[in-house]
Design a protein around this ligand. Structure first.
Ligand SMILES: CC/C=C\CC(=O)SCCNC(=O)CCNC(=O)[C@H](O)C(C)(C)COP(=O)(O)OP(=O)(O)OC[C@H]1O[C@@H](n2cnc3c(N)ncnc32)[C@H](O)[C@@H]1OP(=O)(O)O
Length: 289
């Protein structure tokens, strides 16, 4: 309830801000955790996640992300979005583990509903989405990138990308899996999901998790030049083609959203799963020394 009210407020405030900025010619709007700039080539917005330290997808971050996308979808002048990060060295650490650990079932259900919402909006967006992956991109971070039409990644061996859920003792839901299969094929997806593989850039390129590697300082310029190529295609034919390719995967979740929320909630509430998450969070802490 409270979140729905916050969402309405943000949308309202955002649209007022958007109008003022259009008058000023400064094409930019921001929530606390997502910055959207529309300077540069006409019709293109750059969306930057800025939820330090690691751009984890907290409930607030997911909500702001979804609202920003909704605003861009409603702005008929925007045809493409470059998705990137403002946090140095991190694209996104994925879903916020603290939203899935030590909370109550109602919270897990609310959180998961918002994860579904963002995924459906991103995956089925009519806009051209290009990700400029400028840092580590595990699990939900990889999910964001996989929703895009093209993925450019910084060629820095310190960065990895992949759906690593099984390393945490949790299981990627069927719609994460479906999108992985759509992107890298059944055999590679099966192996990578079971092993929870986090691919360094060269391997991510080889297996098809990303489309192109470039030196770190070229990620944004490359994303822009890729965008220019995609913008040259007529919107209606590109959009219908995208829809044809993605609809079945999205519909598969749409027809069982409630059951998927129930599944997630009962799975994540299990003592054994909470124990696994606790151990993983401890491991993250210990890593620091
Ligand atoms: C059912 C399907 C569900 C889930 C899908 C998911 O997305 S689950 C999330 C999976 N994500 C991960 O496994 C990533 C875990 N994080 C990391 O590997 C590293 O943090 C990362 C992203 C490589 C960055 O490393 P770095 O050394 O730069 O930072 P550090 O590890 O010290 O982390 C800083 C603080 O952030 C906390 N944190 C990291 N990831 C998350 C996260 N996903 N959710 C919540 N919090 C996260 C980390 O614990 C540190 O916290 P601190 O209090 O400062 O100790």
């Amino acid at each position: 309830m409270a979140l729905a009210a916050a969402r309405r407020l943000l949308l309202h405030a955002g649209s007022r801000l958007g109008r003022r900025e259009a008058v000023d010619g400064a094409r930019r709007f921001a929530n606390k955790r997502v910055l959207v700039e529309t300077e540069g080539p006409a019709g293109v917005a750059v969306m930057k996640l800025r939820n330090p330290p690691v751009n984890s997808l907290s409930l607030e971050c997911l909500t702001e992300f979804t609202i920003s996308l909704e605003k861009l979808e409603n702005d008929k002048s925007i045809r493409g979005v470059i998705l990137t990060s403002e946090c140095p060295g991190i694209f996104s650490a994925g879903l916020d583990l603290l939203e899935m650990y030590g909370r109550n079932p109602a919270h897990y259900a609310e959180y998961w509903k918002n994860v579904q919402e963002l995924w459906l909006r991103l995956y089925t967006s009519n806009m051209i989405l290009v990700s400029a992956i400028n840092g580590a991109s595990p699990a939900g971070g990889c999910l964001l990138a996989l929703c895009c039409d093209y993925r450019v990644m910084a060629d820095n061996p310190k960065y990895t990308i992949g759906l690593n859920e099984s390393l945490l003792g949790i299981v990627a839901p069927f719609w994460f899996k479906d999108m992985y299969v759509n992107t890298i094929g059944h055999r590679e997806a099966e192996r990578a999901l079971q092993l929870g593989t986090l691919f360094p850039p060269a391997e991510a390129l080889k297996v098809g998790v990303v489309d192109e590697l470039v030196p770190e300082d070229k990620v944004h310029s490359k994303a822009r030049s890729v965008m220019a190529k995609w913008l040259a295609i007529p919107d209606h034919s590109r959009q219908l083609t995208k829809n044809m390719m993605r609809k079945a995967t999205a519909d598969n979740l749409i027809k069982q959203r409630e059951a998927d929320i129930q599944n997630f909630t009962s799975f994540i509430s299990k003592d054994s799963i909470q124990k696994s998450l606790h151990m993983y969070l401890e491991k993250l802490k210990q890593k620091k020394g």
